[in-house]
Design a protein around this ligand. Structure first.
Ligand code: GLN
Length: 566
């Protein structure tokens, strides 16, 4: 079969949840057995998301091959259950960089290099390449931003040309818009969608289908009106109204006939999709058997998307344990004695990844509370480093121990810059990035948790850091009781044995990892360290409260205020 393409554009406002719509369509196709990949186009001039602030743009997602991408790539991975790569995130920065490099090399001979055709050709080539590399039958392409933005014009022109090149039966244009509800007139307003479709048409794209985002279901009459004015088949107007859980969106679209519609338009065989994992997840989320309260001790509390993968990994682990996970975001900068005491009342404490010295002492003290009060602790990347610092100071007799990231003059640099980082000058793409193996120590808790899921050592997780546990201190730390649970099997020119994970053997659950296992967590395959953490949290909750039924539990807010990093 020819490779098929589904192009997703957005209108009216940004942050519509286009990524969820795109991913949900992907889930419907994966549920039909197709090989699917997804490309996110980000019209900004940055080459990648690695240099952008998570508390403005959301989390920086990391792929196996070490790309620092937009967080939508993570959503695609989780909904499509595929591993994506650098090629799946295309930015204006990358496109221009490569066109300009080619021009300097003389690759365009003596031509005048222009937006059309050179930039648009480069865009098309990148979309095709992503499909080829994944050997995908269907490639979803989401154009970031909103139609009408100046910076997205070359991308819209490129996707417009696609239909000419690969044929009508191999392309589908889908436009996602907002249908606001006006309380004063008690009406769903269709006009913004009409205008948005008109804008899209003005660059030569007539959408085949619409996905209308709304707070509540849009009435039939308004749907018909939109179809008529947008020149879209009424059967191709779908309504993604706010769902209680995003995992309910694939099923919502399927029930409205999205899957059948795509089959028809792309001349695919009719298949009954397998959507059980989504249905099951929604069922558990709606009727959890228990609840646990987890404190995530981070630095910023303003951007819910800054730790998207982390929240998803916690949710996956919750579902695996039939538990709802209520997350409280704790600002480590404001952690006073009362705050520290309150931490001891949680079922689990998680210190996520982060950069910079701000709020660091609060994180160290959070790790101390977890250790001393026997609260299940999961330390991710920086969260492992602060646990090591805390152990060095309080238990191993190394006062003033620190990471050189926070105190270059510390008497005990238990965490330091990796040797290959010493020469790094630029900031973009220069950390230790992507998937690296970790050898698990036999008998460790982590080895058992990975083995439960049939994953043997070495295990692969994704990294994004510059610092590591200083090998010169490992002996002193382990002599004081810290267990090294995972090491690097050997990196080119660096020998083996770098600390990848730590544990405290006589603690209900105290685990730190240098990697970010949240990036690989899936609904279908929850991350083992997260699953173990939530299981321990469930045990603590039940031990403390005597198996309190979920219905009686105080309903702590399930959504996060967000935190970020510097
Ligand atoms: N700042 C630390 C480092 O660079 C931790 C990074 C992280 O948590 N991702 O090593």
């Amino acid at each position: 079969m020819d490779r098929k393409y589904i192009f997703v554009t957005g209108g009216v406002v940004s942050s519509l949840g286009k990524g969820i719509s795109t991913s949900s369509i992907g889930a419907l196709l994966r549920g039909r057995g197709y090989r699917v990949t997804a490309v996110k186009i980000d019209p900004y001039v940055n080459v990648d998301a690695g240099t952008m602030r998570p508390y403005e743009h959301g989390e920086v997602f990391v792929t196996d091959d070490g790309a620092e991408t937009d967080l939508d790539i993570g959503t695609y991975e989780r909904f499509l259950d595929v591993d994506l790569a650098r090629t799946n995130n295309v930015t204006t920065g990358q496109v221009y960089l490569s066109v300009i490099e080619k021009e300097r090399r003389g690759a365009y001979l003596s031509q005048t290099v222009q937006v059309i055709p050179h930039i648009t050709d480069e865009i098309k080539a990148r979309i095709e390449k992503a499909g080829e590399e994944a050997d995908a039958e269907i490639t979803l392409v989401e154009v970031g931003g909103t139609v009408g933005d100046i910076e997205s014009l070359p991308f819209l022109e490129a996707i417009r040309q696609f239909r000419f090149e690969v044929g009508r039966e191999n392309t589908l244009y889908l436009h996602v818009t907002l249908v606001p509800f006006l309380g004063t007139s008690e009406e769903h307003k269709t006009k913004p969608t009409q205008h948005s479709v008109a804008t899209l048409r003005s660059v030569g794209i007539q959408p085949d289908a619409l996905v209308l985002r709304s707070h509540t279901p849009v009435p039939e009459e308004a749907l018909r009106k939109i179809a008529l004015f947008s020149n879209v088949d009424p059967g191709a107007v779908f309504n993604a109204y706010d769902a209680d859980f995003v995992y309910a969106v694939p099923e919502m679209l399927e029930q409205q006939g999205m899957g059948r519609y795509v089959e028809k338009m792309l001349a695919l065989e009719k298949v009954t999709p397998e959507l059980r994992v989504w249905q099951e997840a929604v069922r558990v989320l709606r009727h959890p058997e228990r609840r646990v309260r987890i404190a995530v001790v981070g630095k910023y509390v303003a951007m819910p998307d800054a730790y998207l993968s982390l929240m998803e990994a916690l949710k996956h682990a919750g579902i695996a344990n039939r538990a709802a996970v209520d997350i409280d975001w704790v600002n480590s900068e404001e952690l006073d004695d009362a705050g520290l005491q309150a931490l001891a009342g949680y079922d689990g404490i998680l210190v996520p990844g982060g950069f910079g010295v701000r709020g660091i002492e609060g994180k160290v003290r959070a790790a101390q509370v977890a250790r001393e009060e026997r609260v299940p602790y999961l330390g991710i990347c920086l969260g492992m480093q602060v646990a090591v610092i805390e152990y060095a100071r309080s238990v191993a007799g190394l006062p003033g121990a620190n990471s050189t990231e926070f105190d270059p003059y510390t008497p005990h640099p238990v965490v330091g810059l990796m040797p290959e980082q010493l020469e790094v000058e630029g900031l973009g793409g220069t950390m230790r990035l992507g998937s690296w193996p970790m050898e698990l120590s036999p008998g460790s808790r982590l080895a058992a948790l990975y083995a439960e899921q049939g994953v043997g050592s070495p295990v692969y997780e994704r990294h994004r850091h510059r610092y590591e546990v200083n090998p010169e201190y490992v002996e002193r730390l382990t002599a004081a009781g810290l267990q090294v649970a995972g090491v690097t099997p050997g990196m080119a020119g660096r020998g083996s044995g770098l600390v990848e994970a730590i544990e405290l053997p006589d603690h209900p659950f105290f685990v730190g990892l240098q990697s970010h296992p949240e990036f690989r967590s899936r609904l279908m395959r929850p991350s083992p360290p997260f699953t173990g953490f939530i299981r321990a949290a469930v045990e603590r909750a039940e031990a403390r409260q005597g198996a309190r039924p979920a219905a009686e539990a105080p309903s702590a807010p399930a959504s996060a205020d967000g935190t970020g990093e510097a």
